[in-house]
Design a protein around this ligand. Structure first.
Ligand SMILES: Cc1cc2nc3c(=O)[nH]c(=O)nc-3n(C[C@H](O)[C@H](O)[C@H](O)COP(=O)(O)OP(=O)(O)OC[C@H]3O[C@@H](n4cnc5c(N)ncnc54)[C@H](O)[C@@H]3O)c2cc1C
Length: 465
């Protein structure tokens, strides 16, 4: 543990992307910085270590992106996925400030890889980190250490001593011992509350027992709760979360990216009663994958099954767990524990509803299944080529949207609408200001990086004034 008698200029609670962006920025602005991180060193980096790519505004193709992604298009994409449920000021600020992220991240040790092609549809809009989020976080920790940022692991901040909207100190626990850290400002970058199942149950009931948490078990929302109890103004739907279709065989926590299943647009999905419940081909997967967790969460026992045939298999990312395979639909149903007769009937009905079209996984193609409820708008082809494959699906919670309100300086806004004097927030803990609902792939890192840098700079300004 760091020396708690030594007062720091800036404390950062949470050592993920937002926390490290804040710590590096605060240190570069001349502040003495201490990062307090719950996890052990090997598991540092929170959910950020599972990431692969970041969305940013840019004017043209480079070695790492295939073309321009202008502000207008970025904003339109965001407006569309959120249905307008976004704070436009903060959203536009995020988009505009994302423009130099590629350079800033590279200057902080991150390396890029060549654009990825295929069904992800992100080669133009998103930069991919060489080595993924783990390499990115290692680069940030190295940079922070070189700059003189102090890090203390295995330290969960569980109490904020706040008076009149001003932080006096933060109390952390390490191996059962409490320690108080004083500082002139704090950046809260401790993620959402997605790993706190009892808290999720307040909004989802017992269904939350069947949720799988894709990231760190340390995002318990302790800081979010503290801030809300001290009068911070909440933002975002408490039930709102980024949740994907995950292989039901994934571990309860920290399975990361590989347990996600991208098979949905290329087949059908049924619940345990063998009913389809949503248009599997509504839009490109990067614009829809994040709603599928929520859709499955609303099904009986929070389980669903993705059914595809042999010709679909090459079109999505290989799964980490092999699919369940059978030579017939009835055989597949039996192995999955579904009623064989019903699944055969559902697949037959679907196959009959498929209209002739030209299959193209790279566009919103003309392959539709019509006259069904729900229809399938694109990529609908008869499921008729054995072997047949099935994946059991569970809601995979990526992060929650409930957070604290912030302003353009990343200051936490209190319920009387005044900003807290020296408390800043960045990352998942404030993402709900911008993501009222929906998601754009790669935008979680954008929000955390932009607001992490702002929070670090502003906290340093406040602390060193
Ligand atoms: C599997 C997966 C893949 C993803 N892929 C992408 C992607 O490719 N691109 C993208 O943009 N987004 C992606 N996301 C979302 C992205 O991870 C988040 O939006 C982003 O990383 C959030 O950063 P953060 O710093 O706010 O939180 P985190 O990175 O989760 O960091 C929070 C940190 O705070 C620590 N902490 C929590 N509570 C306390 C406490 N009380 N005291 C001290 N420390 C505490 C945690 O241990 C953790 O290290 C993905 C998420 C997951 C789970």
């Amino acid at each position: 543990m760091a020396d708690s008698k030594h007062p720091f200029d800036v404390l950062v609670a949470g050592g993920g992307n937002a926390g490290l962006c804040a710590a590096i920025s605060a240190r570069r602005a001349g502040a003495q910085v201490l990062v307090l991180e719950s996890a052990i060193k090997d598991f540092r980096g929170g959910n950020s270590r599972h990431t692969r790519d970041i969305r940013y505004m840019h004017g043209g193709a480079t070695n790492y992106v295939t073309g321009a992604y202008p502000e207008k298009e970025f904003w339109e994409d965001l407006r569309q996925v959120t249905g307008g449920e976004t704070n436009e000021r903060l959203a536009r600020l995020t988009i505009q400030a994302s423009e130099d992220l590629g350079d800033w991240m590279a200057a902080s040790g991150v390396r890029w890889q060549k654009p990825l092609r295929g069904t992800l549809h992100l080669a133009r809009t998103n930069l991919f980190m060489l080595g993924g989020g783990k390499a990115m976080m290692n680069a940030y920790y190295d940079t922070a250490a070189r700059l003189g940022v102090q890090i203390t692991y295995e330290t969960e901040v569980h109490e904020l001593k706040i008076r009149d909207g001003e932080l006096r100190s933060a109390v952390g626990s390490c191996n059962g011992a409490s320690q108080e850290f004083t500082a002139k400002a704090i950046v809260i970058a401790s993620g959402g509350f997605e790993a706190n199942i009892p808290w999720l149950k307040e909004y989802w009931g017992d269904a939350a027992d069947n949720f799988i948490i894709r990231g760190t078990k340390h995002n318990q929302g302790t800081m979010l709760k503290e801030l809300l109890e001290h009068g911070a103004k909440p933002v975002g739907d408490p039930r709102g979360c980024h949740a994907v279709a995950l292989d039901a065989r994934a571990p309860k926590f920290d399975g990361g990216i590989v347990t996600r299943l991208d098979s949905v647009p290329f087949g059908i999905v049924v619940n345990k009663e063998v009913k389809r419940f949503y248009d599997e081909g509504e839009d490109f997967w990067p614009k829809r994958y994040a709603i599928w967790g929520g859709l499955i969460a609303r099904q009986p026992d929070q389980i669903a099954y993705s059914i595809v045939d042999a010709k679909a298999l090459p079109h999505f990312m290989p799964s980490v767990f092999p699919p369940i395979e059978a030579g017939s639909i009835a055989g597949l149903a039996s192995t999955l524990g579904l009623d064989p007769k019903t699944l055969v009937a559902v697949v037959d009905e679907f196959n009959r509803a498929v209209r002739p079209g030209t299959f193209d996984p790279g566009s919103l193609d003309s392959c539709r299944a019509e006259g069904l409820d729900p229809p399938k708008s694109h990529w609908a082809r008869p499921i008729d080529t054995p072997p047949y494959y099935g994946y059991p699906l569970r809601p995979g919670i990526t992060f929650t949207y409930l957070g604290v309100t912030v302003d353009e300086q990343a200051r936490v806004i209190m319920q009387d609408e005044r900003p807290a004097k020296n408390i800043f927030a960045a990352g998942e803990v404030m993402a709900g200001n911008i993501l009222g609902k929906g998601y754009l792939a790669g935008f979680g890192l954008t929000i955390g990086s932009v607001f992490g840098r702002i929070a670090g700079r502003e906290a340093a300004r406040r602390a060193t004034a």
